[in-house]
Design a protein around this ligand. Structure first.
Ligand code: FAD
Length: 318
């Protein structure tokens, strides 16, 4: 069976959920080989094995941490040349998409970004994307080279399939061009204690209807263990940081549950959340467009509904 390369998405060995999702997808296509780049493999080892990595390529040299993504693309290009994989799966982050683009050029392969599903077909690999604010589903197939596919977080349910991976250290001669952008400083982002927006299984978002008071939104988010999102109207008003904006020009999320509170449901907002598995809206206007796409809608004042919901959830938890 042919290999499927999965670029491990991790921070200092702490494996992100997307990696388990990609390994699950990879098993549909062939034998998953994880590509671990950077430091901290000891922390990642157990999770990779549990999610079915048959092989792990280890690239732990400092060059990958010292430079932007170009060396990672060169490493993957080398592995593609050696293994001719059925596909290369990479997380759909900004870095992931840049690596995918560079890799596709280096290997003369087709690239598909933001895939929400991958399947094996007779002729290769079929990918599904949700486009134009989720109003179209596109199925495509790369016809040249080894398909390079970025997979959207939360699109595929991770399943365990314990394996005992064979580990292989990989050393690749990284070009001077790839070393031309050096990282000079790093500063850890202030932690809110909440999960990251793009990966959270639950997102609670607030809009102009909050009037600038995100207290009820945060309280419900904390009761659910959720990330907090915001509409552009809310972030443009300075009520919440821009990094939390959900939508066409913000973060694209696809959680199991998305709660929109005081958000009207403009097309640009939908573009970033329409693929959520279950959508709940709280809006005091029963004509609000958001109600057209919800699974569950509450017509009411968010300052009444959200605290009640949070209280019920807390009391059921205790
Ligand atoms: P509004 O449309 O003003 O809706 C507020 C809602 O709150 C109303 O439905 C109202 O009934 C309800 N409400 C008020 N008070 C309460 C209360 N007490 N309890 C319950 N409900 C209440 N928007 C994004 O979100 N993300 C994007 O990425 C984005 N990108 C854009 C890109 C472009 C090029 C353009 C042109 C626009 C973009 N927008 C984006 C803006 C988008 O068009 C909308 O203007 C924006 O989403 C509206 O935000 P909102 O729903 O919070 O506000």
């Amino acid at each position: 069976m042919s290999e499927v390369l999965v670029l491990v998405d991790h921070v200092d060995g702490e494996v992100r959920k997307t990696t388990a999702e990609m390994l699950t997808a990879a098993r549909r296509l062939g034998e998953p080989s994880a590509v671990f780049v950077g430091q901290g493999y000891a922390a990642a080892q157990e999770s990779l094995a549990r999610h079915g990595a048959v092989k792990v390529y280890l690239a732990e040299e400092p060059v990958y941490a010292e430079h932007l993504v170009a060396p990672v693309a060169e490493l993957l290009a080398d592995l593609v040349g050696r293994t001719a994989p059925t596909a290369v799966l990479i997380a759909s982050s900004n870095d992931g998409k840049e690596i995918a683009g560079r890799l596709a050029i280096k290997t003369s392969s087709g690239v598909v970004t933001d895939a929400v599903d991958v399947q094996a077909t007779d002729g290769g690999v079929s990918t599904t994307q949700s486009v134009f604010a989720g109003s179209y589903t596109v199925t495509s197939q790369v016809t040249q080279g080894s398909p390079v596919i970025t997979v959207k977080p939360n699109s595929i349910t991770a399943e365990e399939a314990p394996a005992t991976p064979v580990e292989e250290s990989v050393t690749v001669q990284i070009s001077d061009v790839a070393r031309s952008a050096r990282i000079t400083a790093r500063a850890a982002k202030e932690q809110s204690g909440r999960p990251s927006l793009a990966e959270a299984a639950i997102v609670v978002s607030g809009g102009r209807g909050t009037g600038g008071d995100f207290g009820p939104v945060e309280t419900l988010a904390d009761a659910l263990g959720a990330a907090v999102g915001a509409s552009r109207a809310a972030v443009d008003a300075g009520w919440y940081p821009h990094s939390h904006q959900v939508g066409q020009t913000g973060v694209s999320v696809s959680p199991q549950l998305y709660v929109a509170a005081g958000i009207s449901g403009a097309i640009q907002h939908r573009a970033g959340m329409q693929t959520s598995k279950t959508i709940v809206a709280v809006n005091k206007d029963e004509e609000a467009p958001i109600f057209e796409l919800v699974d569950y809608g509450v017509v009411g004042d968010l300052f009444t509904v959200l605290p009640q919901a949070a209280e019920q959830i807390q009391s059921r938890k205790s």
